[in-house]
Write a protein of this length. Structure first.
Lengths: 326, 301
């Protein structure tokens, strides 16, 4: 913990300074990255800590986003805080139901089942256009933050300043909360289940119940990210419910390194830059990202953070006295 | 009555193509325990190759002779080109990209094929551009048959026939040939068959190539009646997922039954409940997974 406090504080200072030094485009791009980091962080509670690969996290991201869009369209709610509460409630509901079905399985069957269920939501959003707007999606105007109208006509300035800090605060809260979760007895139990299911069962752990709780927590983090994503994008479309979006979230976690706590955060931010710039430069951005993914899993399976840790350890361990290294 | 018959034909049409794609996916999973997310793209690849060849020949010969293009039998003989192209791609991909992953966790296998999906998607876009490619000449040249009082395209019967033939050939191939015995042995116990002298690496390449050939054939025979479009691979992948989940991953009988079920439900869905047609299919897959995770014909995992 102490080893990480100083770097974490430094990163936080940099993140706070961004709107003052970087231009609006860069700030908004980073806000997207932070939102995706929350989603990837939630996703990794399942992959990294519980050992379950979900290929259906687009469902919870989409539920969060559509919950906000529906609240705006049908209830006329403008307050971002109420949006977040609504999104959390909706994702608790959906993950609770999906979770009961999914956590009975592990490995490939878990992946396919999560994918099939997310596709159910996608096809509903796609086909019930009179409710969801179909492929046109639902437009969402700028919300009020903490009860104040902070958007004074200039939406870009709002997103690059007030809303950026709103996202940053949510991000810091989520990271802190996730840190507490994975280091709590609950988090340790999940890791025990991941490492050896049979032994965990032998010492009296109700595996099913723990996996279900992890599934819900994971989905709620991702749902929250979906809700925070809506004002940035201004529009929800069925794309975010499609299983290929789930693939992106998996990509982020693996890019950063899903065996570490910060891996998914780094992966999400880096992926966001990669995709934005690749899309800007070429229509063949998928090819570019696909090659990166294949090379990554072939040669650097521990991701950016895992690889950096290894390089760091190789450089620094010999310099230390032996006792300290232990 | 005629309408009912048309519905049955349409359901069989879907089922034939789906059986080809999903059968390949299932075969690959059965033998090497890999779920190939790029499988749908190989189907798309087959469709594009065939559409490109047929379209090219039909127009270039037409320009030369002004006689309406190459004769239909030439174009028909060219249809399988897509299947062979997909098979060739498969025989290159398995040893280079998939082989390093058999010993590693399933996460990585899924991820590498997901990366492959993105790559092939863009390779297709690079080679043939963003516009649909059509091979409708073949479809039109076949004309239509009278079914009762209505007309039905003759070409569709050809597709159904190819699907049925493929099922028969595949069954004979796997249950009645020496290669089939080796294939089944490897799928049941890879180490034991290796100990008995089977060259597992070779069996894997052959199985993967055969699976890709089936996907490519599916694309090649459907492309005259639909066009080859970007994104067709991902759509097909999801549908064939439903098929193999219902039938049982790794089982060819399952793929056949699953394809028939999905074909019938799709046809019924498009006619009577278009809004929830896809949702019903996914829910069916989820329900089967919950009741019988290994599928209707699957072995326990």
């Amino acid at each position: 913990m102490t080893r990480l406090t100083a770097p974490a504080a430094a990163v936080l200072v940099v993140l706070i300074a961004v709107p003052w030094v970087a231009d609006q485009y860069q700030t908004i791009l980073l806000a997207y990255g932070l939102v995706m980091a929350i989603a990837a962080l939630g996703f990794n509670l399942l992959l990294g800590y519980t050992g379950l690969l979900s290929f259906g996290h687009s469902a919870y991201f989409g539920v969060g986003a559509y919950a906000v869009a529906m609240m705006v369209k049908y209830l006329g709610v403008a307050s971002m805080e109420l949006h977040l509460v609504g999104a959390i409630a909706a994702s608790v509901l959906v993950t609770a139901v999906f979770g009961i079905a999914c956590v009975r399985y592990t490995r490939i069957f878990f992946s396919i089942l999560t994918m099939a269920l997310s596709q159910v939501l996608w096809s509903l959003a796609f086909k019930f256009f009179w409710v969801t707007g179909g492929t046109d999606g639902l437009r969402v105007p700028t919300p009020t933050l903490l009860g104040m109208v902070t958007d004074k006509g200039d939406k870009i300035a709002f997103l690059a300043h007030a809303y950026y800090y709103y996202v940053l605060a949510a991000f810091v809260l989520c990271v802190a909360l996730m840190w507490v979760i994975v280091n709590s007895p609950f988090g340790r139990t999940l890791q025990a289940i991941r490492d050896n299911e049979t032994r965990a069962q032998f010492i009296g752990i109700s595996i099913w119940r723990y996996r279900w709780a992890a599934f819900m927590l994971s989905g709620v983090f991702t749902g929250l990210a979906g809700a925070l994503w809506v004002p940035l994008n201004g529009l929800t479309t069925p794309d975010i419910l499609h299983w290929q979006f789930s693939g992106k979230i998996v990509f982020m976690a693996v890019l950063g390194g899903f065996r570490t706590f910060v891996g998914p955060i780094v992966g999400a931010v880096v992926y966001n830059y990669l995709e934005s710039y690749a899309v800007g430069y070429t229509v063949y951005w998928q090819l570019f990202l696909g090659v990166i993914l294949v090379v990554l899993v072939l040669s650097l399976p521990t991701g950016i953070v895992g690889t950096a840790e290894r390089v760091w350890a190789r450089w620094w361990t010999p310099a230390r006295p032996r006792e300290e290294a232990r | 009555m005629d309408i009912a018959l048309i519905h049955v034909f349409n359901a069989l049409l879907y089922a034939s193509v789906l059986f080809l794609i999903a059968g390949g996916l299932s075969l690959i999973y059965g033998v090497m325990r890999i779920v190939n997310l790029a499988h749908g793209n190989l189907y798309a690849f087959g469709a594009y190759v065939t559409a490109w060849l047929v379209g090219y020949l039909a127009t270039s010969v037409a320009a030369g002779e002004a006689s309406g293009g190459a004769p239909t039998w030439v174009l028909l003989a060219l249809l399988p080109a897509g299947a062979f192209a997909a098979a060739a791609a498969g025989s290159l991909l398995e040893p280079t990209l998939l082989r390093p992953f058999y010993r590693r966790a399933e996460e990585y296998q899924l991820l590498v094929t997901f990366g492959l999906l993105m790559i092939i998607d863009d390779v297709i876009r690079f080679l043939w551009g963003p516009y649909p490619l059509s091979a409708s000449v073949v479809f039109e040249n076949f004309g239509s048959l009278t079914v009762g009082d209505t007309l039905y395209p003759t070409y569709n019967f050809l597709v159904i026939g190819v699907g049925a033939l493929a099922a028969v050939f595949l069954w004979a191939f796997i249950y009645r040939t020496r290669f089939g015995v080796v294939l089944r042995a490897t799928s049941q116990d890879m180490r034991m068959s290796q100990a008995l002298g089977v060259n597992v690496n070779r069996v894997y390449v052959q199985a993967f190539t055969l699976g890709c050939f089936m996907a490519g054939l599916g694309g090649a025979i459907i492309v005259p009646s639909q066009s080859a479009v970007l994104g067709m691979g991902v759509d097909a992948l999801i549908l064939s997922f439903i098929v193999v989940v219902i039938g049982g991953l790794g089982s060819l009988e399952g793929a056949l039954l699953g394809a028939l079920i999905v074909g019938v439900v799709r046809e019924a869905g498009i006619t009577w409940f278009p809004e929830i047609e896809l949702a019903v299919l996914y829910l069916m897959a989820a329900a089967v997974l919950l009741v019988r995770p290994a599928g209707l014909f699957g072995r326990a995992a």
